[in-house]
Design a protein around this ligand. Structure first.
Ligand SMILES: [Fe+2]
Length: 341
């Protein structure tokens, strides 16, 4: 496509020479005698102007004043400034002010053509780059939107799956109706009070809902037995954290819940099960869940006993601080009165 160049010079002879030299090279050329004329053309037809040749010394608006206006309003149009003979300082000043290049008068034909062609091709490249970047940004935005949608679907699926699993556990063990969601509420409140990260809060929320998933592997007559369990039955019940971990082992979404599932029956003094972990060796999320799980178990009806009043359960938690439970977590539980949830 023919490139359109606008030359601006108050000297008619120079305008003419520039026009002839550029037309000979196949450019479409318009000539203006001052800055106002040039700005009027730009205002009307800037989309069809590919390059401006601008004299610095002109009556009315100076070349620098016009250059500033072009840079502000027509940033895509490159400008080559025309300086007086050998005036290097002014040329450098023009480049600093945003000109693409400068030419010293009198302008030689070869110099003019090579400068114009170079500036035009640089400008073209720059515009292509800008177009590519715009396209890339739009593509990136599209990808981000898709990712956001996919994550939100995944999040909903995870939530629904978690609810379904915890419902399955509760249906299996008649006495644990609502237990998983109550434990989840206490665990999340404890996590917030302990200022854990958002990632940990999510682990606490999902893991506490699933903490007893291993009970799926225990026969219902043992889970719901009203009389004391024999040694064998007790040993089997104590396997539920291990069974639970096995169940979720191959579910990618649930990997971060494994510490809660496996270690929610560990005790701070090391006398818990299945691994006999002690103190801070027990993962934080499991220590938090252990307290919430025990508190809710105490304050709910079970097959073998009625629910304890809250104040008795709170006393029991206090008594077990440092032995069964992490004392720091007990302090937060009591301090924030989370037993009232
Ligand atoms: Fe459990």
């Amino acid at each position: 496509m023919t490139k359109h160049i606008v030359t601006t010079d108050d000297d008619q002879a120079i305008r003419k020479v520039l026009q002839i030299m550029l037309r000979k090279e196949g450019f479409d050329v318009s000539a203006c005698k001052n800055g106002d004329e040039l700005l009027a053309i730009l205002k009307q037809d800037s989309q069809n102007i590919d390059l401006v040749l601008l004299d610095i010394k002109m009556p009315g608006l100076s070349g620098f004043e016009v250059l500033e206006i072009i840079r502000r309003h027509y940033p895509k149009i490159p400008v080559i400034m025309l300086t007086a003979f050998n005036d290097l300082d002014t040329g450098m000043k023009a480049i600093r002010a945003g000109a693409s290049d400068y030419l010293a008068k009198p302008v030689r034909r070869e110099e003019l053509i090579s400068c114009v062609q170079r500036v035009l091709s640089e400008s073209e490249l720059e515009q292509e780059l800008v177009a590519e970047q715009t396209q890339y940004k739009a593509y990136q935005k599209e990808l981000e939107d898709k990712l956001h949608d996919a994550l939100s679907i995944l999040e909903n699926t995870t939530r629904a799956t978690l609810e379904a699993f915890s419902e399955t556990i509760e249906q299996k063990d008649a006495y644990t109706k609502g237990h998983c969601s109550r434990v989840r509420n206490i665990v999340v409140a404890l996590g917030r009070a302990l200022n854990v990260s958002d990632e940990m809060l999510q682990i606490l929320e999902g893991g506490s809902l699933l903490h007893d998933i291993g009970k799926i592997g225990i026969p219902e007559q043992i889970l719901n037995k009203a009389t004391p369990l024999n040694e064998e039955e007790e040993a089997l019940i104590k396997m539920h954290p291990v069974f639970g971990e096995r169940i979720v082992m191959y579910i990618h979404l649930f990997q971060s819940y494994r510490p809660i599932i496996r270690s929610h029956h560990e005790r701070y003094d090391g006398k818990g099960y299945p691994d006999g972990l002690k103190g801070k060796d027990i993962p934080l999320e499991a220590r938090i869940t252990a307290l919430a799980d025990s508190f809710d178990a105490m304050t709910s009806d079970r097959s073998y006993r009625a629910a304890l009043p809250t104040e008795i359960a709170v006393e029991e938690i206090k008594l077990c601080s440092g032995t069964q439970f992490d004392p720091e977590i007990v302090d937060v539980f009591l301090d924030k009165e989370l037993y009232l949830l």
